[in-house]
Ligand binder design. Sequence first.
Ligand code: FES
Length: 153
Amino acid sequence: MKIKEILSKYPKESEYLIEILLEIQSSSKNHYISSEDVEQISKYLDIPESQICSVTSFYTLLSMNPKGRYVIQVCHDVPCFVNDTTSIYEKLVDMLAIEDGETTEDNLFTLEITECLGCCNEAPAMRVNDQVYTSLTPKKVEKIVKDLRGEEK
Ligand code: FES
């Protein structure tokens, strides 16, 4: 969805800024808010671009840096940690050759360590874009990554 279509769904009031930013980011192929987006939001809500940038840098859910097509977030909170999330993370590092906060050279994957994804009873867990995967093993992770790579061929 184009930014103008997204903006037109919201009243021109600054209290909608975060909702607007989240929707723009989730509609972006690279999961980020560009400087052009900031400029258009600024005009639409009639607020300074600097205000939008400070909100974006304050909320960890928001990013102004482009990410890979698939953002893989591995939970590292205690219930996942005690269920060996480390082997999940290491499998991903091994397969993707990147670490926390990095993106593969082909811009396909970004790897992030994150906090609880809300499914601790099925730990360890990770999220790929909007899809959550639970009860993970290194073997399951390998299949997930291979399937995602397969979608690109
Ligand atoms: S601690 Fe990992 S999903 Fe809750």
